[in-house]
Design a protein around this ligand. Structure first.
Ligand SMILES: [Zn+2]
Ligand SMILES: [Zn+2]
Length: 301
């Protein structure tokens, strides 16, 4: 199960009633935060979420609306009582850039481990939960993130009984190791069902559409993508500023075959993004917008 909170839907500047785009994903008591613009800690508080469990902060790129909230947030995480290490993932030079921001937040009660993205692919994993990245086209190096939760195969208890495997050995097989029963070696494949599809959430903001991103988001359960401008007349502006129209995000969602598209990172010049939702839905029907943030729950089978 992944609890997903889009903490805001604003691009460039936070507005009254519209926090900057940032994503909190919680799983099994841990939390991953992607992006941290000005005021993100206010958005976390407004959503009723905690700070102490944030163990990973992933940054898409080093524009202020995605990182300027870091020093304050790091202090608040410290004040929440965290002492365990915190990992910060980001493009090249992430350590140097965050250390510069930390000139105003030098004393923290927990160590920070930096993980610099060197290429597309996996960047972090903890058990079944993992993060991978894909470069996207923006002004400066920028990455889309995919949060994946692997789902273990189903254990066939009837088969295990049939093979006279003692119950105390079941968990060993479930963990992927073989067991010996009465001189026979039983491999996990004998009692585990076929692999089951896990959960995938793709978060992509500040970009022009691209085939690499479409492939990266393929079959995701949820695609959270920027839609800086709703009005299709602003195409030239979107190209010039390296951002997307709603319809362009919807087109990528359709081609990637995702289950749902959640639009975010709206221009401050667009007070009512809902007005442009019909155009996006004409391209990809399961598109939605939420300006206050909701929690989506994916149930394990
Ligand atoms: Zn931005
Ligand atoms: Zn940007």
């Amino acid at each position: 199960m992944l609890d997903i909170n889009l903490l805001g839907t604003g691009g460039m500047v936070p507005l009254p009633g519209r926090f900057l785009t940032a994503l909190m994903i919680r799983c099994r008591g841990a939390a991953i935060l992607i992006d941290c613009g000005e005021g993100t800690q206010v958005a976390i508080r407004a959503a009723g979420l905690g700070f102490k469990q944030i163990g990973v902060i992933a940054l898409t790129h080093f524009h202020a609306d995605h990182i300027a909230g870091l020093p304050g947030l790091l202090l608040t995480i410290g004040n929440s009582g965290r002492t365990e290490p915190l990992t910060i993932v980001g493009p090249q030079y992430v350590g140097q850039i965050v250390d510069c921001l930390r000139v105003i937040a030098p004393q923290l009660p927990y160590p920070i481990e930096y993980r610099e993205i060197m290429s597309d692919g996996p960047v972090w994993a903890d058990g079944p939960l993992s993060l991978s990245v894909q470069a996207v086209e923006h002004w400066i190096p920028c990455y889309a993130y995919k949060v994946s939760l692997a789902r273990s195969a189903k254990f066939n208890a009837d088969k295990a009984r049939e093979l006279n495997i003692p119950v105390r050995s079941w968990s060993v097989l479930q963990s992927g190791a073989a067991v010996e029963v009465d001189g026979r070696i039983i491999n996990p494949g004998a009692v585990m069902g076929p692999a089951r599809k896990g959960l995938e959430v793709c978060y992509a903001t500040d970009l022009r559409p691209g085939e690499g991103l479409v492939r990266f988001a393929e079959n995701a359960d949820l695609f959270i993508c920027e839609g800086m401008y709703g009005d299709p007349e602003l195409y030239e502006k979107a190209v010039e500023h390296r951002h997307c129209l709603f319809t362009e995000a919807a087109d990528m969602a359709a081609r990637a075959g995702v289950s749902a598209l959640w639009l975010t990172h709206f221009s401050p010049s667009m007070p009512d993004p809902e007005n442009y939702l019909p155009q996006a839905r004409a391209v990809f029907a399961n598109t939605f917008i939420d300006q206050t943030g909701v929690t989506l729950r994916f149930q394990d089978a």
